[in-house]
Design a protein around this ligand. Sequence first.
Ligand code: GBH
Length: 442
Amino acid sequence: PNYPTPPSDLTFPPAFHWGVATSAYQIEGGAKDGGRGPSIWDTYSHTPGKVLNGDTGDVACDHYHRMESDLDLIKSLGVDSYRFSIAWPRVQPLGYGAWNEEGLAFYDRLVDGLLARGIAPHITLYHWDLPQGLQDQGGWESRQTAVHFAEYARVMGQRLGARAASICTHNEPWCTAVLGNELGRFAPGFKDTKIMLRVAHHLLLSHGLALQAMRAAGVKAPLGIVLNMSPSTPASDSAADIAMAKRDYAQFVRWYMDPIFLQQYPSGPDLPVCDVVQAGDLATIAQPMDFLGVNYYTRLWCSSATPPVAPPNAMGVSDMGWENYPQGLTDLLVQIHGDYTLPPIYITENGFANADSVVDGRVSDAPRIDYMRTHLQALKAAMDKGVDVRGFFYWSLMDNYEWDSGYAKRFGLFHVDYSSQVRTAKDSAHWYTALIGQHRKA
Ligand code: GBH
């Protein structure tokens, strides 16, 4: 068949890393297998009315039972790197106390299977699946959870650190804090700004404590964090829209970047104040990092009008309703490069949801290919302006459990038929493989 091919001038440095990303709850399934304890996402997804169509991660892509063949799938793409997360309740069922050797062994096999195929393992310690046992003791609203997380990080760092290409503490703490505790869209489902601020602080604190614990234990893998980021655009040049854009950027990006890189929270008359910050916490949070992971999907569009003014939408929206705005990736990277002294950056997620289906064995997903091409061009533009980016991970390897959207949204390079668990390479998978191949030959 004739697959779309990448433009020949879409080239990156020879040492640039190419990868795909997933997370545990979104792909593993095996929710009750191998001694895994329940997480807040098991509880949340099993609560009626929380997730579209009542979908749960009980089975997901059944990756827990299909890991070896999924590793072959990753290998077939030609990528050199794979980003995955560890399900904390699989390795420590309650989040404190006893460790589960069967769970630890699963990740040993995953890491070894990647290395055997020449693929570098990039580990995320926390991609939102907090052990329910810790939620029962207050979850991230409790400072003690940060202490437990540091111990979990130390154990995982000692177990896998020598074989890992990188370890990141958290994936997108903004999502956990805001979507999970202020907007009530994600587990644990609270709608309370005060709780959100405490959660955000304890996530950041746990990041700092985890880096300290892993360094003290001699973990050699590069250590960092992954943040979701977007530049913000005021819908007009009215003072109200400009103020809104500034505030949204402060809450979305600076709330996490400033503590880590400037050792302080953003402050101002229109910004909230967290009530659980203790002396010394910011110094703990601002540990030196070896890399920063940036997840980029779309920009923040800020209109204070009623009803809000919509973005011009020149390039359309994804199946998530998110505006396609590749320029935002350049703008964001250039902005943070100017605002902070940063370690090397990885684009740890960038991807596109499309209503894909298999027709005669083929998945034609031209909108995804457009998204990938334009965002990689935007990434190259930022690198040309001096931003140090070392790699790109497409989100996601395969269609998976898209949180409160259940299985309805498809981000994968491989299509997943959830009744048969058959994976089918989409056109975008062939396109990505060709793009990577272009670099291997060069
Ligand atoms: C990531 O979150 C997650 O890490 C990953 O697990 C998930 O599957 C993937 O992206 C796709 O969703 O929400 O309308 O205000 C990305 C979360 C997406 C949050 C863009 C902020 C801004 C538009 N971010 N979103 S909106």
